[in-house]
Write a protein that binds this ligand. Structure first.
Ligand code: MRU
Length: 346
């Protein structure tokens, strides 16, 4: 089943905060609630929040009582601002909202705008699945029999509409019969690796071992990792990659040990308007995500302390071996190869 889907006039999503303990579907008929669901990480992962926001725009069209196109477009622009503000780092969110607005602006009649929004959101969601499957095939060619792949965060079906990016590659390699093993970073503080990636890999029957984030360097230095694969929330024009906090450390240690490091990234995650990763906004999440983690029934940190919680970091492109996209694998110089990939696809 899809992580994000339209059903009977509503947006239906898996509440990812409850996994792996509980599989619960939640329905939304109000775009403001969709924005809230993105902020609170009911839905998370760059492509998934893009698709959720696209359906959020379709809901905004339904919610508006405008009887003419101009008023409806004004309501849609208000909704677009609310949805875009839900999370700052993943560019897929602004990309999806912008795509829906542009489609709305091509229609003359208010009822046609409402129909066009839904059509475009559905199209975007369907394309996401197809793009992930294409990246799966390109990326799987990088994986050899017997490889152990180090993976960070969750980049699977839960992080997209379906199938996933880096985890989609891993899944494709497994489905092709390649013997692989995955080292799953637990991914503090929200534990997307321990909770979500482990849940997905178990369902797909892919052999894996969960590790503490701090163990990744040890496994790389001792020759137990052949390739690192991650997703991304935004890639700058020069190939700098913003992804879940901790990715940068992995890339540096991978390079120090001669291990290839590949982000798997749909071109909707590439932001050619930003020359380097220094310009990518990094989301700062509530400190309670760190301090209030429960260990043996209690919050791990003393009350009243301060904690910093940047949710993403930027890996400079010099640590990136190649970037798997739906148009093939981009290699350095990334300013040329990424521009070419985006041009091919838009
Ligand atoms: O904070 P999250 O869980 O939304 O972060 C997700 C990631 O960092 C993923 O690696 C990224 O969105 C790519 S997912 C296909």
């Amino acid at each position: 089943m899809r992580t994000v889907q339209w059903l009977d006039g509503k947006l239906r999503m898996i509440d990812q905060r409850l996994l792996p303990g509980e599989f619960r579907l939640v329905e939304y008929a109000d775009y403001r609630e969709v924005a809230e669901a993105i902020s609170t990480m009911v839905v998370r992962g760059a492509p998934a929040i893009g698709a959720a926001a696209a359906f959020g725009m379709a809901l905004a069209g339904q919610q508006s009582d405008a009887k003419d196109a101009d008023r409806l477009l004004a309501d849609l622009r208000t909704a677009a601002d609310v949805l875009r503000a839900a999370r700052p780092t993943a560019v897929n969110l602004a990309w999806a909202v912008g795509r829906l607005l542009r489609r709305a602006e091509t229609e003359q009649h208010h009822q046609n705008i409402r129909a066009a929004l839904l059509d475009e959101a559905q199209r975007l969601a369907d394309e996401d699945v197809e793009i992930n499957q294409r990246m799966g095939i390109y990326g799987a060619a990088l994986i050899r029999d017997g490889d152990t792949i180090l993976h960070h965060c969750n980049t699977g079906a839960l992080a997209a509409v379906d199938y996933g990016t880096a985890l989609g590659v891993i899944r494709t390699a497994h489905e092709q019969g390649t013997q692989i093993h995955v080292l799953v970073d637990e991914t503090r503080p929200r534990l997307q690796g321990a909770r979500l990636t482990a849940w997905e890999l178990q369902r797909y029957g892919v052999p894996f071992t969960l590790i503490a984030d701090n163990a990744a360097g040890h496994f790389m230095r001792t020759g137990q990792v052949q390739i690192v694969m991650v997703g991304a929330d935004r890639v700058a024009a020069n190939g700098d990659v913003a992804n879940k906090i901790g990715t940068y450390k992995l890339a540096v240690v991978a390079q120090a040990n001669g291990i290839p490091f590949y982000p798997v990234v749909p071109t909707s995650t590439v932001d050619l308007s930003l020359p380097t990763g220094d310009d990518i906004p990094i989301e700062e999440r509530p400190p309670e995500e760190i301090t209030d983690l429960i260990y043996q029934g209690r919050a791990i940190a003393p009350e009243g302390i301060s904690a910093a919680n940047p949710a993403f970091d930027v890996t400079p492109s010099r640590y990136v071996t190649g970037i798997v996209t739906e148009c093939g694998i981009a290699y350095p110089p990334f300013d040329l190869s990424l521009r070419e990939a985006v041009r091919t696809n838009r």
